[in-house]
Design a protein around this ligand. Structure first.
Ligand code: NAG
Length: 491
């Protein structure tokens, strides 16, 4: 058998993730560019755009800093083409995700479990993205694989390796602590070490983590800054996140979980019942179940909900769904082939659709623009996106220092009454907005719009001719469209 040796499992999983760098050609969320590549680009090449999070200094530079080191190396080797700048970070992320899948295999020692994780469409869709949530998820899996589970009363392992990894992930984004709280409590209560010793270990790791993260942030921001403090001050006290979308209280149960975990969402309650009934024999599963439910509970209380927030607990969901006696029985009877078939189908179909078709417009558009802007015509061009804010990646995917404008959507940081952001103001009355804003200004040479807005700005578009129309999505959200159209000014 091919998978007899762990080495081959590792190689296959890494290859599986590397292939997906090329299969996944769509955008998921703005953060995969705006919180990583754009910031790294700005750091490495001294031009670019930083969103308000970076101006308010609430984000840690660790992740963009690491990417910017890659960028600097590429620039030194004269290899800083757009293709390299966008692909190399994804290749690194893919290798890390593949390694994490392998650690998951070593931890669970169950081929079905690792197969379910490898084939899960949402993890496939995200595993190579430069999203903090992706990095968090791979590192969470690795930390889980070194987590000191109590084997029996005498044989206890007291390894704190997982805490170093956890410290690193928390430094990048403090909210990852939520799923880890039950695990840390389990660690503290099941450990044979004295509480004093544990206290010093935890405190030591926290201090060490804060030290290096503060050094990196201070270096990148150019002033002494402790980003977790700023983050909590702004997000928790001011409730800024509410600004970006509100969902129903039970959204994670009825939409989030079924979408990212597919059939497991239906299966989970049965497994949960079994775990609670047999909790003495299924301690690991029980702790994971508590962590999953606790995380969903806390996230449900926050107004701002997204699929990707569930990503770090997805491996645990797959673990408890596939590593119980109930599943073993199910898998040893005649339905096994049918179940595996359904599992593959329900993941492959959405996987291909979302990786190749849905929301492929933004990346195709920036590719088109990058080809169009040559060294010779560069100073003749400037770009304006009349689209919802952050819908397109910016300098990281164009890598040329030209003027790029877009409609902004900063939250109400200055407590203005009846605040509407620029993008909302534009979409309320596009032609008025253009009249007001472009009365005395020269018109941008390249204009990017979604097709649904074209009729509402036809007057303004008289100065332009369409040069390309690119497919975006069959199901566009508000203010987005089926197609993206690039217009060029008629001189
Ligand atoms: C980029 O362009 C702007 C505006 O033309 C200029 O001020 C800035 O110095 C340029 N930056 C770099 C790194 O070339």
């Amino acid at each position: 058998m091919l998978f007899k040796k762990p080495k081959y499992v590792l190689i296959s999983l890494i290859i599986w993730r590397l292939i997906s760098v090329y299969i996944v050609q769509t955008s998921h969320v703005p953060d995969e560019y705006w919180q990583s590549l754009e910031v790294a680009h700005n750091l490495a090449f001294n031009y670019g755009h930083l969103t308000w999070e970076w101006k308010s200094m609430i984000r840690s530079y660790i992740y963009p800093f690491l990417i910017s080191v890659l960028y600097k190396i590429l620039a030194t080797l004269n290899l800083d083409s757009v293709n390299m700048l966008t692909t190399i970070p994804r290749i690194f992320q893919a290798a890390l995700s593949g390694y994490a899948d392998y650690r998951f295999y070593l931890w669970t020692k169950n081929k079905l479990t690792v197969f379910c994780l490898a084939i899960n469409w949402y993890w496939y869709y995200c595993a190579t993205r430069t999203l903090t949530n992706t990095l968090e998820t791979s590192l969470t899996i690795i930390a889980l694989s070194v987590f000191p589970w109590r084997k029996n009363k005498r044989n206890t392992s007291n390894d704190t390796k997982f805490l170093w990894i956890l410290g690193f992930i928390c430094a990048i984004r403090p909210t990852i602590i939520i799923p880890w709280i039950p695990l840390c409590l389990y660690h503290i209560f099941s450990s044979t070490k004295s509480i004093i010793l544990l206290f010093f270990q935890y405190t030591g790791i926290v201090i060490f983590t804060l030290t290096y993260s503060t050094i990196i942030d201070t270096y990148c921001y150019g002033e002494l800054i402790i980003t977790p403090l700023e983050f909590f001050r702004l997000n928790i006290i001011n409730n800024i996140a509410d600004f970006y979308g509100k969902h129903h209280l039970l959204w994670y149960f009825f939409v989030g979980l079924p979408v990212i975990s597919g059939l497991f969402a239906i299966y989970l309650p049965f497994v949960g019942y079994e775990i609670i009934k047999n909790y003495r024999n299924l301690t690991k599963q029980l702790v994971c179940l508590v962590s999953i439910l606790w995380t969903i509970f806390i996230y449900s209380l926050l107004e701002h909900k997204e699929f990707r927030f569930l990503l770090p607990i997805l491996p645990m969901i797959i673990y408890i769904c596939t590593c119980t006696p109930f599943t073993n029985n199910l898998m040893s009877n005649k339905f096994k082939k049918l179940l595996i078939g359904i599992l593959i189908l329900t993941n492959i179909l959405p996987g291909i659709y979302f990786s190749v078709i849905h929301q492929r417009g933004p990346l195709d558009t920036v590719k088109f623009l990058e080809d169009k802007l040559t060294v010779e015509n560069l100073d003749k061009h400037d770009i304006m996106y009349l689209t919802p804010c952050h819908a397109f990646p910016l300098y990281s995917h164009i890598h040329k220092n030209i003027t790029i404008k877009f409609l902004t959507c900063e939250p109400n940081l200055h407590y203005i009454n009846n605040y509407t952001d620029e993008a909302d103001e534009f979409f309320q009355n596009p032609s008025n907005w253009l009249d007001d804003n472009y009365k005395n200004l020269s018109l941008p040479s390249l204009l990017i719009v979604y097709d649904n807005i074209v009729n509402r700005i036809s007057g303004f578009l008289k100065n332009y001719k369409p040069i390309v129309k690119l497919f975006n999505s069959h199901f566009p959200q508000n203010n987005y469209g089926h197609y993206i159209i690039v217009y060029e000014r008629i001189n």
